[in-house]
Design a protein around this ligand. Structure first.
Ligand SMILES: [Zn+2]
Length: 557
């Protein structure tokens, strides 16, 4: 294919070689691949139907002559999954998850590794250096192993041991550095320089950016599959849809820089109409870009001592990546936002318990950012959103799971058969006690009941009862004596107000706390009617986890 490497600073163009890191004219390290896009668009329209759904599908816009069959491991082509339950909880039906856990080494870094190592192999290179907080080294190690390339992996000493061992298993030389991630990168770069080896320069590495770019192409193609062709689609031409927002957690920013470039290219090719707003989430303890963005600064000052447990988000020196992303946001919408580690860990639970997706803490930070921005009204309920689930949990960290995540049964031996059975029953009772806090949900909509049940179950052990009418609800309360009632106000026949009146007039049920949930804003009269009768009013669709659960826990003690 026809492409050149163009210097971002002076415009000088050269042919591509993976070992060349600088512009020969001005020495800038910031260069990008530029393609003949009209030629590429034509070729893609003709060839795509014949190709499998992986990263090499878009080879017309990748800096490689042709994919190397023996290196392929199914990189790219990850699913786009609709977040149905989370969508219900957040009141937004169009939230999609780009599930990058499903790459060969379970993270989105496989894209940059697959492409980078293919170009190195094509150029006959046999040794390389990578600095990493884990995932990059794992991806690179896997592909380097297939390509017969020796990898020197520089990692911070904070990288979990299990990740380090995986890197070593692929045959890479692990070099553990006690220092910040920025220092690790510096040492790795010096080592590579001394030996004349290729080293991954992150957001400045053409193949890394181009590999990440394929996420944008896939999203547009998959959104079109999900939501149908755009209105102005013409036969024989590619026409794809884009979401309103693309959300990702960032450390150095490489991923979003690549994805943004992908969307811009598709717009230039006339494949898409609109470039999505990009939302970059950082960990609050290491959020130099967020701080600079909120103060409207052109440059971001480094964070000297990152304070986050999410080591993959701990890049304290954003450098030029901030400027590039800021320009993207100014030209096409978007913003930076930060979340705390706690918010990220909570989102990790929500994602796993509501959608069956176990994500790495960094990916969970992106979801925490999504929650925050929906709550703030930045992302509207009708907007389409794609969140990048960048990687798998792997080491379910004690920090996230806490203690008590497993219950033990020890079966007593050397007893009579009768004693043994009794011992077993006693043990089972300890594992699953008879009495969990009891909660009754009274709501005429099955979906609404299911949603509340899910939210409750994702946060603890409860015995949950459901009733679908006011009358049924009253009977249920009489029978089961719940510790808490979650009551819908708008129900046919007997509505929530009538249920409340009846509950409060019976001494048996007068004291049971009630959370009222309502789909509409309450009128003044309605509010007066509820006064003194109930504990909390919650707006439906705004069952934002934290506050709802805080209320529940407070009410049941
Ligand atoms: Zn230059």
């Amino acid at each position: 294919m026809s492409f050149v490497i163009r210097c971002v600073d002076c415009g000088h163009e050269t042919i591509f070689h993976p070992l060349s890191n600088n512009c020969p004219k001005c020495n800038s390290q910031w260069r990008e691949a530029v393609y003949n896009l009209s030629e590429a668009a034509q070729s893609l329209a003709a060839e795509l139907p014949k190709r499998r759904f992986d990263l090499w599908r878009y080879r017309e816009v990748l800096p490689i002559n042709k994919p190397i069959p023996e290196l392929r491991m199914g990189e790219g082509g990850t699913p786009l999954i609709r977040a149905v339950n989370m969508g219900l909880m957040l009141g937004n039906p169009n939230i999609f998850i780009k599930d990058e856990r499903q790459g060969p080494t379970a993270s989105f870094k496989d894209r940059q590794a697959a492409l980078t190592i293919s170009t190195l192999k094509e150029a006959g290179i046999t040794e390389m250096v990578a600095a990493s907080t884990g995932n990059v080294a794992i991806s690179n190690s896997a592909y380097a192993a297939r390509a017969g390339i020796k990898l020197w992996a520089f990692v911070t000493s904070l990288v979990p041991a299990v990740k380090m061992r995986e890197i070593a298993l692929y045959g890479s030389q692990v070099i553990k550095v006690t220092g910040s991630y920025d220092e690790v990168k510096q040492i790795a770069a010096e080592f590579a320089e001394q030996r004349g080896l290729y080293h991954d320069t992150g957001a400045r590495a053409v193949t890394s950016v181009e590999g990440m770019k394929t996420i944008a192409y896939e999203i547009a193609e998959q959104m079109t599959e999900e939501l149908g062709l755009p209105e102005n689609a013409a036969p024989g031409k590619l026409r794809w849809r884009t979401p309103d927002w693309y959300v990702q957690a960032i450390s150095g920013g490489l991923g979003v820089i690549g994805v943004s470039k992908g969307f811009r290219e598709m717009k230039q090719m006339g494949i898409i109409d609109k470039i999505p707003g990009v939302i970059c989430i950082q960990a609050e303890g290491c959020a130099p870009m967020v701080q600079a963005w909120k103060q409207n600064l052109e440059e971001a000052s480094p964070v000297e001592h990152p304070k986050t447990h999410i080591e993959t988000l701990a890049t304290g020196t954003p450098g030029r990546s901030y400027k590039i992303l800021r320009k993207q946001m100014q030209d096409f919408q978007g913003q930076f936002e930060s979340v705390t580690d706690e918010e990220a860990f909570r989102a990790m639970h929500v994602l796993a318990k509501m959608e069956g997706i176990s994500a790495e803490p960094a990916a969970a930070a992106a979801f925490a950012g999504l929650f925050k921005l929906i709550r703030a009204g930045v992302i509207k309920s009708t907007d389409t959103v794609v969140v990048n689930c960048t990687g798998h949990t792997m080491t379910a960290e004690p920090l996230v799971l806490g203690s008590g995540w497993a219950r033990n049964i020890v079966i007593p031996h050397e007893q009579t058969a009768v004693q043994e059975e009794e011992g077993l029953l006693a043990a089972l009772n300890r594992v699953a006690p008879d009495r969990f806090p009891r909660i009754a949900i009274i709501d005429d909509t099955a979906d609404a009941r299911r949603l509340v049940r899910r939210i409750l179950q994702s946060q603890g052990d409860f015995t949950i009862f459901e009733a679908s009418t006011g009358k049924e609800g009253l009977e249920l309360v009489q029978l089961e004596h719940p510790d808490l009632i979650i009551l819908d106000l708008m129900m046919p026949e007997m509505d929530g107000f009538a249920v409340l009146d009846s509950l409060r007039s019976n001494p048996d049920t007068a004291e049971i706390p009630v959370i009222v949930s309502t789909a509409k804003e309450l009128t003044k009269d309605e509010k007066t009617r509820l006064q003194g009768q109930i504990q909390v009013v919650l707006q439906k669709g705004d069952f934002m986890l934290a506050e709802f659960m805080e209320e529940v826990k407070a009410l049941i003690g």
